[in-house]
Design a protein around this ligand. Structure first.
Ligand code: ATP
Ligand code: MG
Length: 311
């Protein structure tokens, strides 16, 4: 990681009554993988479209590799690849026709076209599908094609808006592997998602938005530090989960009790003997414990904590 490659400066965009992005500022180091997270309507897509120089800001600006998005939109386009959250695909075209079209649009060297298009199809796992009409592709294949288009000109920066949106588990894993590979090649990536856990093992930074505002932008380590005080524990119960929740809520020193199916996560600020007392009390209350452990804080936890604080 190194110098600042993206600098967002008081960026703001309104649509009629709606303030979609409300004075957002942060910077991104070269090689960082930034997860952009936030609920529906937070302003993620609006922010990304402005950074991609596809949507005019109402005020403020951003510099991509030193170039102002308002003053040099064309230069910005050639530097970055954008995967939009909708399919701007052309149903009647074949995959290779579509990629050829964008190859020329990016004004890439003509003599390399055949090799590059084969290479890019292989990269995203669409080799052998060149003649397939886009209208006949599954959602997973369409996302791969969108990604192929975004990286066709080998941009330094990638803006990916919900690349895993609407994909099934298998396709999500394939997309995740592709993005991890791109992250390893040193590209600077901003990727938005609702599914934080999928980003956690390859993103280096996180930006959290809600209602147009940026709640946090920084490294994962900093994000984890934002966790409310107290150690987190996780238990699983074969039976008596409701009893476990009631017991924990009545217990001194316990807070933030959350149930997820047969799992319960909570915070507790007692010492080791006190933890043992909690376990004893749970068993005494008739909870069939099958698992009890100290849980490492995840960015999902810090996100949840931050959202609770902001609302
Ligand atoms: N073209 C538009 N015209 C009017 N309002 C818009 C437009 N685009 C976005 N908005 C509004 O701006 C706000 C932010 O929308 P945006 O699409 O940026 O959110 P998002 O975080 O990407 O949400 P999602 O998770 O649903 O994709 C919303 O209230 C939305 O309705
Ligand atoms: Mg969006």
């Amino acid at each position: 990681m190194g110098s600042i490659i993206i600098e967002v400066d008081a960026l703001r965009r309104e649509f009629d009554e709606t303030l979609a992005v409300d004075g957002v500022s942060f910077s991104v180091e070269e090689g960082a993988v930034f997860a952009l997270v936030g609920p529906n309507g937070a302003g993620k897509t609006t922010l990304m479209r402005m950074l991609a120089a596809l949507l005019e800001p109402s005020s403020g600006t951003a510099r991509i590799n030193g170039m102002d998005i308002r003053e040099q939109p064309r230069a910005v386009h050639s530097l970055l690849g954008f995967l939009p959250d909708f399919y701007g695909l052309y149903d009647e075209l074949a995959i290779c026709e579509y990629l050829r079209f964008f190859y020329h649009a990016y004004r890439l060297p003509r003599e390399m076209i055949g090799r590059r298009i084969e290479e890019i199809q292989a990269h995203v796992g669409l080799e052998g599908y060149g003649d397939r009409q886009i209208g006949t592709l599954s959602r997973g294949m369409r996302q791969k094609l969108s990604l192929a288009r975004a990286i066709l000109h080998d941009p330094k920066i990638l803006l990916l808006d919900e690349p895993a949106g609407g994909l099934d588990l298998e396709s999500r894993e394939e997309m995740q592997a592709l993005l991890k590979g791109l992250a390893r090649t040193g590209k600077t990536i901003i990727v938005s998602s609702h599914i934080l856990s999928e980003l956690e093992d390859y993103c280096s930074h996180v930006a959290m938005m809600d209602q147009g505002r940026l709640l946090f932008a920084g490294s994962l380590t900093d994000a984890r530090r934002r966790l409310p005080a107290g150690r987190r524990f996780r238990l699983r119960a074969a039976a008596g989960v409701e009893r476990a929740v009631l017991q924990l809520e009545a217990q001194g020193g316990v807070s933030h009790v959350e149930r997820h199916g047969s799992d319960v996560v909570f915070e507790f600020d007692g010492d080791q003997p006190a933890v043992a007392e909690v376990v004893k009390a749970l068993v005494g209350a008739g909870v069939s414990l099958t698992h009890f452990s100290e849980a490492a804080g995840t960015i999902q936890d810090s996100y949840n904590a931050l959202m609770k604080g902001s609302r």
